[in-house]
Design a protein around this ligand. Structure first.
Ligand SMILES: [Fe+2]
Ligand SMILES: [Fe+2]
Length: 274
């Protein structure tokens, strides 16, 4: 059972005068990445091939992620009637592929895989919370709040399964931290850059990774406030087993805040937005 239906959202409250064209570009890119979760469900089913409980949870998770994509796509088409979500998704599918025929996680262990999933949900939950707080467009605000609630639940889902595997695989805090931070830095790899390219740039223009990731990141990071980042740090601490609400967590937040906003300003300057 999904926790909400797309038709239940307040689409009638959509106000075109409140659409931020820069956020719209980030929403378009996010919509195809969300929908592509169907591939990740196949990958997860292969990695957890003898764990039917987790496989069932992963299949259900993918259904919710696809709904995120479809709802974001619907909003983007309201904001830009000339844009075609289905066509953009097909272009993304043709352009970007993840390796599906695996029999173990690319993270080296099942615990590692679940840590990486926790980091993705940390990123998405904070992104949609920040977007909901930043946008003044009522339909997008309602949609992002709804999606963020799902993403926090997804974090808990992967976290609970991670705890189960951790008892068996016994991966230390340092290694967990390495996997978690590794996944965070991967956000600047091809997945999001390709999504930006295939949803916002004409196919006649050649793909330029650096340009596309700067364009995506400048917009995706723009809505974040320190409070969103504080929650991210809390979730990273929880995932990796570091002591929460500690002096170390305060120090990590202090460093992360500096790095994050410096990077956001760098990308914004590169692509010429505020
Ligand atoms: Fe999602
Ligand atoms: Fe999610």
């Amino acid at each position: 059972m999904k926790h909400w239906q797309i038709d239940q959202l307040p689409w009638d409250s959509f106000d075109p005068s409140k659409v931020d064209p820069e956020l719209l570009k980030a929403v378009k890119a996010a919509s195809v990445v969300e929908r592509n979760s169907v591939d990740y469900a196949i990958y997860l089913n292969n990695v957890f091939k003898d764990d039917p409980d987790f496989q069932q949870a992963a299949d259900h998770w993918a259904i919710e992620e696809i709904q995120h994509g479809d709802a974001l796509g619907r909003w983007a088409m309201l904001a830009d009637p000339g844009w075609d979500y289905e066509a953009a998704f097909q272009r993304y599918r043709d352009f970007y592929h993840i390796k599906l025929d695996v029999d173990q996680s690319v993270r080296g262990s099942r615990t590692g895989e679940l840590i990486a999933r926790c980091m993705v949900e940390t990123g998405t939950s904070s992104f949609y919370t920040a977007l909901a707080d930043a946008t003044e467009e009522p339909a997008l605000k309602a949609l992002c709040k709804q999606i963020a609630a799902d993403e926090f639940r997804h974090f808990k889902l992967f976290y609970d399964h991670m705890q189960r595997y951790l008892k068996r695989e016994k991966i230390g805090t340092l290694q967990r931290l390495r996997i978690a931070l590794g996944r965070v830095t991967e956000s600047e790899d091809d997945e999001l850059a390709s999504a930006y390219y295939t949803t916002n740039e004409p196919s006649s223009k050649p793909y330029d990774h650096n340009d596309c990731i700067a364009n995506y990141m400048a917009r995706a990071m723009r809505s974040y406030q320190p409070k969103h980042l504080r929650r991210v740090i809390g979730m990273v601490f929880k995932t990796t087993g570091l002591t929460p609400h500690s002096k170390l967590q305060d120090a990590a937040f202090w460093v992360a805040e500096k790095l994050f906003f410096k990077r956001q300003r760098k990308f914004a300057k590169l692509v010429g937005i505020n």
